[in-house]
Design a protein around this ligand. Structure first.
Ligand SMILES: Cc1cc2nc3c(=O)[nH]c(=O)nc-3n(C[C@H](O)[C@H](O)[C@H](O)COP(=O)(O)O)c2cc1C
Length: 201
């Protein structure tokens, strides 16, 4: 079988197009939860933390995910909006690292997405004070309370919504059998054009 390889001469000039290309290949390859990515944030004191989130949309503006703005990640992003995302597609031997700045998306976009979610998930957004200590009985009580309060029409809680990570760095990593894996980086400052270069495996 021909080995996949990645070259600074043949990658697409836009990292978003290159991402799209690899994403489509992951779709074709039926990678489970291919939109799951690790999101790293850090506290004001520099303590990093990481967790899996689902990327719900991407474009040349960035990568969109939804969460509780008062969760640990939400509070960390408030004091330090620099964050990193990592996709790992084992069966393709591919990893994509992305770094950038995170901003909240518009209220309208968050409303639209919230209303597209299953009812259970919308109620859970009300029941869960994400990342806060809670006992399981209290969580059940809160779920019942919001089910009764909102029935089938829960509005979006104002502490829940989307973020967009706008990238300044992408690294595409392609596994090679030699262990001399390919690593191609795209880097830009502000709105400058992307610089493309290889780094050592
Ligand atoms: C496959 C998978 C998908 C997840 N997707 C999300 C998501 O899109 N948004 C979210 O807030 N949490 C998601 N979670 C839960 C997070 O990993 C995490 O537990 C939660 O957001 C609280 O993180 P924090 O305390 O660091 O803020 C997901 C977990 C898994 C395993």
């Amino acid at each position: 079988m021909k080995e996949d390889c990645l070259s600074e001469e043949t990658v697409l000039s836009s990292p978003f197009d290159q991402f799209n290309n690899w994403f489509n290949k992951a779709v074709e390859s039926k990678i489970p939860e291919l939109n799951a990515a690790a999101l790293a944030t850090s506290s004001k004191e520099g303590q990093p933390s990481v967790r899996i989130i689902l990327i719900k949309n991407f474009s040349s503006d960035g990568f969109i995910f939804y969460t509780n703005y008062e969760s640990r990640k939400g509070l960390e992003l408030k004091s330090n909006p620099k964050a990193s995302l990592l996709f790992f597609w084992f069966s393709l031997g591919r990893q994509i690292r992305i770094e950038g700045i995170v901003k909240k998306i518009s209220l309208v976009e968050s409303d639209l997405y919230f209303q597209s979610r299953p009812l259970d998930s919308r109620i859970s957004a009300w029941a869960s004070r994400q990342s806060q200590p809670i006992d399981s009985q209290e969580l059940k009580l809160r779920k019942n309370k919001f089910e009764n309060l909102y029935q089938n029409q829960p509005p979006r809680p104002n502490y829940w919504g989307g973020y967009c990570l706008s990238p300044c760095i992408f690294e595409f990593w392609q596994e090679r059998s030699s262990r001399l894996h390919d690593r191609i980086v795209y880097s830009r400052k502000e709105e400058e054009i992307w610089k493309i270069f290889r780094i050592s495996p």
